[in-house]
Design a protein. Structure first.
Length: 245
């Protein structure tokens, strides 16, 4: 399905009937990546999953967006498709959006519960090697752009390498923002699902979120990585059912 939000095309999935569920995908992993979750929950819920602007079948934003811009989009999208009281599920970058959204005053939607799966938002500790690499790249970009581009292709993350120039700047804006101070502002029932072997958003991030989000609970999926729901779907589906029902 497609809809226009602020004059830009947004592709989304809208399946099932019943309690509302809004699923926000991770970076570079559009809504179809989460078919296991969508197909499972849509048997008894209305599950809506947009391709966020810049991903999948949705147009890029007009300029590099912050996480707050994606929160604005999410609220406009909910209004456009008629979501009023959705359970929120966010994986990775989608978790960033939900953390920010749940700290917004006077929300236009009512959120009964949230599920954060291998969520991003906690900025990792960075040692001297990281800053040496960053400043070296910035210097080369000014003085020797071709060499800087070669360095970027060699050392940049796959998410950064595969993104367009505009979305690279969007990714940098997100990675430079630490959402840890916002975790205590989440006041609804929260389920955290994490892969034991997640290297993109390591398990200590989930443990920190459990400590700082009041009344939250963490489920660790053994031998699972960043897409833990897929690696351990049987266990994950049972956890989702128990929490949502």
């Amino acid at each position: 399905m497609e809809i226009q939000i602020d004059g830009r095309c947004v592709r989304y999935i809208d399946e099932g009937q019943g309690p509302e569920v809004l699923l926000l995908h991770g970076w570079g992993a559009p809504a179809q990546t989460y078919r296991l979750i969508i197909d499972h929950l849509s048997s008894r819920c209305r599950v809506v999953a947009p391709d966020l602007p810049g991903f999948g079948g949705s147009q890029e934003p007009p300029e590099p967006w912050t996480v707050d811009n994606y929160v604005d989009f999410t609220l406009k999208f909910c209004k456009a498709v008629g979501l009023t009281s959705p359970i929120l599920i966010g994986h990775s970058y989608g978790g960033r959006i939900i953390i920010k959204l749940m700290n917004r005053p006077n929300l236009s939607i009512s959120v009964p519960k949230i599920i954060l799966m291998d969520a991003a938002g906690i900025r990792p500790a960075r040692g001297p090697k990281y800053y040496i690499k960053v400043y070296s790249y910035k210097a080369l970009r000014r003085l020797l752009p071709p060499l800087a581009e070669k360095m970027r292709r060699k050392t940049g993350s796959s998410d950064y390498r595969n993104a367009s120039p505009l979305m690279r700047r969007t990714l940098v804006l997100a990675l430079n923002e630490d959402l840890t101070p916002l975790l205590s502002g989440i006041s609804v029932s929260t389920l955290l699902i994490w892969g034991e072997n997640d290297t993109a958003t390591p398990l200590p991030d989930g443990q920190t979120m459990e400590k700082l989000i009041p009344g939250s609970g963490l489920v660790v999926l053994k031998n699972a990585g960043h897409f833990s729901f897929s690696d351990r779907w049987g266990q994950c589906s049972r956890v989702l059912d128990a929490f949502i029902d």
